[in-house]
Design a protein. Structure first.
Length: 131
């Protein structure tokens, strides 16, 4: 399977998502900040990025907009506990294809990841998934 980048300033969440993905045979590159994610995107190609919304420095929206410039074909999922119509609208504007509402069930995250990884062009789709 293709590689996925996971971005979250909460190291517990970062490790949990990495473990879930790697148990499915998906290589997860984990970084703890938006700045670090942008540096990694310039070095390596990823099929998918899962990013938290609320992080110090560059938040998930800003990271997504900047990532789109570096990797325009990479799908982006955002995880957040702050789901609302406004968040959904901002996510679409930032090029995010799916929102994973926290708390989420690992199987729901895997379902979304598998769907995106099995779809050549996932741009333009936005869905809400909750656990």
């Amino acid at each position: 399977m293709e590689d996925i980048m996971v971005v979250d300033d909460d190291l517990h969440n970062l490790d949990l998502i990495r473990q879930i993905l790697e148990c499915e045979g998906i290589k997860a590159y984990c970084v703890a900040s938006g700045e670090e994610a942008l540096r990694k995107l310039k070095e390596k190609t990823f099929l998918l990025m899962i990013t938290d919304l609320n992080m110090p420095g560059i938040n998930g929206f800003e990271l997504s907009r900047k990532a789109r410039v570096i990797a325009p074909h990479m799908a982006i999922i955002m995880s957040t506990g702050d789901y609302s119509p406004k968040i959904c609208r901002l996510a679409v504007e930032a090029g995010i294809v799916n929102i994973l509402a926290k708390p989420f069930h690992p199987n729901k995250m895997l379902e979304i990841v598998r769907d995106i990884m099995g779809t050549e062009n996932s741009n333009g789709r936005l869905g809400r998934s909750s656990g």
